[in-house]
Design a protein around this ligand. Structure first.
Ligand code: UDP
Ligand code: MG
Length: 198
């Protein structure tokens, strides 16, 4: 099954070249990789210029440019609509997610799941402003939704495309796609992933 990687990008000129290098050198997925889609979410630095240059040189790379900054959910939504692979990988473009985790998540998906969610077990962010509030939020969300995940906010997730058909995303909703899918009978699971400092 062919894979589309979907990356929302807002002012990430420093990380893009490194990230592309990491993605295209992932030998485990080389044969199945159909496209790497960057959604430039109205960046004001050199992000768009760098991405366009990369897309010229490598036809796996595709760039969608949003006319202004719409936020991560809208960017991911545009990427999903544009993508053509049967397996969709969403991830951050700031190098906090590690492409090396993609193969193990894919293995889990092939084991019979519709969604595999990354779980940043050792999160590399500030404790009081990011990690603690997110722990509390994750706990509440899992109690309310009754969909037991540890980390709704990790962008690194892998989906079977058909499971996303008909889903419309708005607000900050991209984090909750797995809940919606589980409520509709989809099989979801999670897997620990590496998290790097920004
Ligand atoms: N991002 C985006 N639009 C925005 C803000 C962020 O597309 O308005 C992208 C950003 O470039 C990164 C991902 O979304 O690839 C996650 O953003 P960020 O690192 O700021 O979030 P955090 O890691 O703090 O959750
Ligand atoms: Mg980040």
């Amino acid at each position: 099954m062919k894979i589309s990687i979907i990356l929302p990008v807002y002012n990430e000129e420093e990380s893009i070249l490194i990230l592309i290098d990491e993605l295209i050198n992932l030998k485990e997925i080389k044969n199945d990789l159909k496209e790497i889609i960057f959604i430039d979410d109205g960046s004001t630095d050199n992000t768009k210029k760098i991405l366009d240059e990369c897309a010229e040189k490598n036809n796996l790379i595709k760039v969608i440019s949003l006319v202004k900054n719409f936020g991560q959910t809208a960017a991911i939504s545009a990427g999903i609509d544009y993508s053509t692979g049967e397996i969709l990988v969403t991830m951050d473009a700031d190098l906090q997610n590690d492409p090396k985790d993609i193969p193990q998540l894919l293995k889990k998906l092939e084991g019979g799941f519709d969604v595999v969610c990354g779980w940043r077990k050792e999160r590399k962010d500030k404790y009081f402003s990011r990690i603690l509030p997110s722990k509390i939020a994750n706990w509440i969300i899992s109690k309310i939704s009754k969909v037991p995940l540890h980390d709704y906010g990790c962008t690194l997730k892998i989906f079977k495309r058909h499971i996303l058909d008909g889903i419309k995303l708005y607000g900050e909703m991209h984090r909750f796609i797995p809940i919606y899918i589980a409520w509709n009978g989809g099989k979801i699971t999670e897997s620990p992933v590496k998290h790097r400092f920004r």
